[in-house]
Unconditional design. Structure first.
Length: 626
């Protein structure tokens, strides 16, 4: 399987210099024009929004010698300036690039943040695609000269597709700048124009309701491998991440208030406010959701539906554009399960798709050397993969990229320093086989329970943990700010089951699953709905040989809100790529709180009983050592 998979992904990974890339343009600076582009009829409100954008035209590209195009926009709280390296880097390979500031961010415009939805953000991006296609109806003005700009330097496909103003164009970007690519593809598909040729979304979400309020015990079919993370239950609010984004969005809105010096915009602002169209620079539904969580501790179904509607999960069938997904292992905001859901759903419907699990994400945004170089993409593994993807699907040159799955392994990089060797490859996800451990008790009060395999006896025992407060006291991370402090589970707040010291390394790639039957005081309150239901947090630890050094891989945990504690529950834990080394122990933990989440409002006590036939088990996806 190893050799087959390597051949399948050799083009995407550019291993061994097997990739032939488009020639680089002359080593001169591109022409860069600062534009204001007006998009109209946006959303049900028919808003008019002004977009701040930079148009990069590489040297040697002209009306007589047009090139392919790329559209890119910022992550949440950023601007077009953040995309300059992408624009310059792909410009070296002949791509005309438009980098623009997304709706609602700092652009001297009062249109609110609409969370990358199809009807606002997707509609705006569609008009920018038309701008690339030379549509004179899209008003673009050069800020330096005040003159109108109509693009003539991009290859057109109108004659082949019979769609007016159809450029050769792809999209690239991360996080908020990743989801917009799905929104643009969905809008174009619904319009029947399909101008977008390929996308490379990085570290983005599948279902925003899951991202901000995850619930990992009621996923469809129990797993993201179903093609969905849209849980049926009410999630556990990720308040630290949500607070950060609320502050960023509000700060961007405050900076845009300088636009109110224009009397017309001053009136527009108050007209919007009177119609409740703008709340702290967000759509009003965002403020409603935040208010709900602040008062009752969880989002309503209406807020869950709103967040889900701003997600590719709600319109996946409309995404038929070849998609190269990149998702971060170091990411507690948009975890690997979200990419599994998107990848599985796209693959199932026949959309060309490849998946890469990279080292970096929202929790640590620094790629390993040679992994991603935005300014010089051909010098990095992920940059080469994107170039191959765009060259084939946008530029119509080069071999068809293989579709498969690749994943970064930190232990290989530490041993070799070679980024290409550090990536494992396979023809698809999932990989490996599943290994089952049974939870077993202990006769020593307060000691860990055991994880046993095969014919080892399962010992009867009782383990109890409590929920003490809505937030904490258990600690796993300070979201987006610090992940250096040790994990903490105060006495009485968590239970733990661990293997004996491993006699050989255990390589885990994917999401473990924990199946348990619990007994909790929540049984007396759960009929009252989410406010009385059990909230718990499942996680996997790597315990060092001394028993004191504890690693929580990439600080990832799985919150759950259990609707009925009288029934067995299966919890899908976060996807990880981790080696549990020889002499270490693998442990699974259930905790009653976490400082990064808004948990149960009521104090609860929960017990897990072990013994023969209890059915308490942990299933772990394991790959052979390489």
């Amino acid at each position: 399987m190893r050799r087959t998979a390597t051949v399948l992904l050799s083009s995407a990974l550019a291993a061994g210099g097997l990739v032939t890339l488009a020639p680089m343009a002359a080593a001169t600076q591109p022409t860069v024009r600062d534009l204001t582009i007006t998009v109209t009829g946006i959303g049900p409100e028919k808003r008019t929004c002004r977009i701040d954008a930079d148009l990069y035209v590489p040297a040697g590209v002209s009306k007589k010698k047009p090139g392919p195009a790329l559209l890119t926009t910022n992550g949440f709280g950023g601007t077009k300036d953040d995309q300059a390296d992408f624009a310059l880097g792909f410009g070296d390979h002949g791509y005309v690039t438009l980098a623009y500031t997304g709706l609602g961010f700092v652009d001297d415009d009062l249109c609110p943040i609409t969370l990358d939805d199809v009807e606002h953000d997707g509609a705006a991006a569609s008009q920018l695609l038309r701008f690339f296609g030379g549509d004179p109806a899209i008003k673009a003005v050069d800020d330096a000269t005040g003159k109108r700009v109509v693009v003539s330097e991009v290859v057109r496909e109108d004659a082949r597709t019979r769609v007016r103003h159809d450029p050769q164009v792809g999209m690239i970007g991360g996080s908020y700048g990743g989801q917009i690519q799905f929104a643009a593809a969905g809008f174009e598909k619904a319009a029947g124009t399909n101008r977008l040729d390929a996308i490379v979304p990085q570290i983005t979400w599948n279902d925003l309701s899951y991202s901000l309020a995850p619930e990992n015990s009621s996923l469809p079919q129990g797993t993201a491998r179903s093609g969905s993370v849209s849980a049926s239950g009410t999630g556990v609010f990720k308040y630290q991440w949500a607070a950060l984004f609320t502050a960023l969005g509000a700060a961007n809105g405050a900076q845009d208030l300088r636009a109110l010096a224009d009397p017309v915009k001053f009136q527009q602002f108050f007209d919007q406010a009177s119609r409740a169209e703008n709340c702290a620079n967000f759509e009003p539904q965002v403020c409603i959701a935040l208010s709900e969580v602040a008062t009752v501790g969880f989002p309503s179904q209406a807020s869950i539906d709103y967040l889900r509607s701003n997600s590719v999960a709600s319109y996946m069938s409309k995404v038929r554009v070849p998609t190269l997904l990149g998702q971060g292992q170091a990411d507690t905001l948009f975890n690997l399960q979200e990419s599994v859901a998107t990848y599985t759903a796209l693959k199932r419907q026949g959309t060309p798709v490849s998946l890469m699990w990279q080292s970096w994400g929202h929790s640590d945004s620094s790629p390993q050397p040679g992994e991603l170089d935005e300014r010089h993409p051909a010098r990095s593994l992920q940059g080469k993969a994107a170039l191959v993807w765009f060259d084939h699907y946008v530029r119509d040159r080069g071999p068809k990229p293989p579709q498969g799955f690749a994943y970064y392994r930190d232990w290989v990089y530490e041993a070799t320093g070679n980024i290409a060797k550090s990536y494992g490859v396979a023809s698809s996800y999932p990989v490996g086989t599943e290994k089952t451990f049974h939870l077993s008790g202990t006769s020593t009060p307060g000691a860990d329970g055991a994880l046993v395999t095969g014919g080892a006896p399962v010992v009867p025992g009782l383990s109890t943990f409590g929920t003490l407060a809505p937030i904490g006291p258990n600690y796993t991370e300070t979201s987006a700010i610090d992940q250096s402090f040790p994990v903490v589970d105060p006495a009485g707040t968590a239970i733990r089951f661990a293997t004996p010291r491993l006699t050989a390394p255990l390589d885990v790639v994917g999401s473990p699953r924990l199946t348990v039957r619990l007994s909790s005081t929540a049984q007396a309150t759960q009929d009252g709905g989410p406010i009385g239901q059990l909230v718990a947090y499942a996680k996997v630890y790597d315990i060092g040989p001394d028993g004191k050094a504890i690693e929580l891989p990439n600080r990832l945990i799985s919150p759950v809100r259990v609707t009925d504690v009288s029934k067995p529950v299966t919890i899908e834990l976060p996807g990880i790529v981790h080696r549990f080394d020889k002499g270490h122990r693998l442990a699974v933990v259930l905790a009653g709180g976490d400082l990064a989440y808004r948990g149960s409002t009521l104090p609860l006590v929960t017990t897990l009983a072990t013994g023969p036939g209890a059915g308490q088990k942990l299933t772990v996806p394991v790959v052979p050592q390489r």
